[in-house]
Design a protein around this ligand. Structure first.
Ligand SMILES: [Zn+2]
Length: 197
């Protein structure tokens, strides 16, 4: 029989879920709250859903102190949300970096357009500060070829990740990397999606 994965409850909504799907927090020695996305930091951990709404609620209702059973200095909810958002972005960035090192990314406007036309692109990443015209061109090509498209990071950041100058678009060409990036992207989107009822 498969071993049941350990369950933990969200500090805010109290729902019990697989530990791995939740967001873990530990207390640093100076008692600041540290988001532990890898779930590897030592010490007692408390959990919230991987959702901005639950995290905000836990911070506002001072649930962290209750979770750790000790005094936790007031938590700035928006600061914490920003930290988690940045860490989620970092995970996407590191996969893009790895894919590039493995030679599975085409970058540069002309090369990306060319590759999209030729086929073999699993995912298109477009810089958030790309010109409207170029953005429409890339999105149109992606739609035509049925390639998933996401907008994230600035041209400067995309270039940095590739170890190059500004890059307005990247084409990821290997399905394993596409799947990993997709998964991280999904977490990122879910996190910031507010509850809509
Ligand atoms: Zn929750």
């Amino acid at each position: 029989m498969p071993k049941a994965s350990p369950q933990r409850s969200c500090l805010a909504c109290r729902e019990a879920k697989d530990k791995g799907s939740l967001l873990r927090f530990v207390l640093a020695p100076d008692r600041t709250l540290v988001p532990d996305l890898q779930q590897k930091l030592p010490g007692r951990g408390v959990y919230t859903c991987m959702k901005a709404s639950c995290l905000r609620q836990a911070a506002l209702k001072k649930q962290f102190g209750r979770g750790f059973k000790e005094e936790v200095p007031a938590v700035d909810a928006e600061l914490l949300l920003g930290q988690v958002g940045a860490k989620l972005e970092e995970r996407i960035a590191s996969y893009l970096c790895l894919a590039n090192k493995a030679g599975k990314i085409v970058s540069g406007a002309d090369q990306v357009a060319e590759k999209l036309k030729k086929g073999g692109v699993g995912m298109l990443v477009i810089a958030s500060d790309i010109s409207k015209e170029s953005g429409e061109k890339f999105r149109g090509l992606a739609r035509l070829k049925g390639v998933r498209c996401m907008t994230l990071f600035t041209k400067e950041r995309l270039g940095e990740l590739m170890g190059k100058e500004l890059r307005s678009a990247l084409a990821v060409t290997e399905s394993g990397f596409v799947a990993s990036i997709d998964l991280e992207m999904e977490k990122y989107r879910n996190f910031f999606e507010e509850e809509r009822e």
